[in-house]
Design a protein around this ligand. Structure first.
Ligand code: NCD
Length: 353
């Protein structure tokens, strides 16, 4: 794909506007194809995707595996409890074992931030030709979720042409546990790259003031920001102030598994202050879409009736859009690795069989 230069996808901080446009355009093409059951694209025939999930997952893992199958790739799945990791083997040695079996892409989820990055660097040093795709590392980054959220919003604002441009000038409110959320961090890189004005809303214990400067400097390891001009980030402590004029609201799960101290007095109180309901949403001044990456704590981040209301809730749409987004990422990474894809009349393996 012209202009695409990433060997691995670890963090959206490394994405240029052209990278976002490439992923969204491919995802839109994949989304338009009636792929199910035996109808697949031959694009990644002969390629192998291995999912190494060393942290629980429902959506992300199944979505990657389905995406790989729809591109005719082979899929191999690793379960940590039943593996040699539990006998003391290092993750690098485990990964190299799968590369020796022919893996072209390793989709990695780990509870510690930085593991996919270190793994990619070490595999490169060993001379292994394999791509690493981060499926969520600690509270650091979740690039495929950030991209599927971007795609979902772009399709909402501009159904005929869901490009990064569709986000320019939009006011997107992200509410909840920003501190522990890799989804929020990936969304901050993606949304500001596309020129959106992001309003982060939450209590100081879950949203430190420093997030206002999150994209102000290039992240560690990068000399400069690949995006010339970014949208803004504002911090708000009250939904009543954040919601008026919003174009979309993204809610985040309270990541209790990552809270090592008491950061909330009560869930009930949190819901009263920061939970989203139909009544609260009226503050936006018009009907706006609501997103949540899932899994949802019903009645905490989001009232159950709002989650189930198709007039507002894009939660199922996010899940649907995850598949074409992950197909796009796998295609961009795996098509560059290993033997060339099977020849088809379309030339690039993008015609359904
Ligand atoms: C998110 C994750 O794992 O970071 N879930 C997901 O991938 N859909 C968000 C969460 O766990 O709250």
């Amino acid at each position: 794909m012209s202009g695409w230069s990433h060997r691995h996808v670890i963090d959206l901080a490394a994405f240029s506007l052209a990278d976002y446009a490439t992923v969204l355009e491919l995802a839109q093409r994949f989304r338009a194809l009636p792929l199910s059951g035996a109808r697949r694209l031959p694009a990644l025939q002969g390629r192998l995707m291995t999912s190494l999930f060393i942290e629980p997952s429902t959506r992300t893992r199944s979505s990657f595996e389905l995406a790989a199958r729809r591109l005719s790739a082979d899929v191999q799945s690793f379960s940590p409890a039943a593996s040699s990791l539990s006998k003391g083997e290092s993750l690098l040695d485990t990964a190299r074992t799968y590369v020796a079996m022919g893996a072209n892409v390793l989709v990695v989820r780990h509870r510690c931030a930085g593991v996919p990055h270190t793994l990619a660097r070490d595999l490169d040093r060993c001379g292994e030709r394999v791509a690493v795709l981060n499926a969520g590392d600690g509270l650091h980054s979740h690039p495929s979720q950030g991209l599927l959220d971007l795609f979902t919003l772009a399709r909402q604002f501009s159904p005929a042409a869901p490009t990064p441009e569709a986000l320019r000038g939009k006011r997107i409110v992200i509410v909840g546990d920003v501190l522990h959320s890799r989804v929020a961090r990936s969304n901050l890189w993606a949304l500001t790259a596309c020129g959106a004005s992001v309003v982060l809303c939450g209590p100081p214990t879950l949203l430190p003031q420093q997030f206002a400067a999150f994209v102000a400097a290039p992240p560690p390891g990068q000399r400069q920001d690949p995006v010339a001009e970014r949208g803004s980030i504002e911090i708000s402590r009250s939904l009543e102030q954040a919601l008026p004029g919003a174009d979309a609201v993204m809610t985040l799960r309270l990541q209790k598994e990552r809270m090592h101290q008491q950061l909330l007095t009560s869930l009930d109180r949190y819901h009263r202050q920061f939970g989203l309901s139909h009544r609260r949403l009226e503050l936006c001044g018009r009907a706006v879409p609501v997103l949540h990456p899932g899994p949802v704590n019903r009645g905490v981040e989001l009232a159950g009736e709002l989650l189930d209301d198709p007039k507002h809730s894009l939660v199922e749409e996010q899940v649907r859009n995850g598949i074409p987004i992950r197909m796009a990422l796998l295609y961009l990474l795996a098509a560059a690795e290993g033997p060339p894809p099977a020849a088809t009349p379309a030339g690039d393996g993008l015609k359904a069989v």
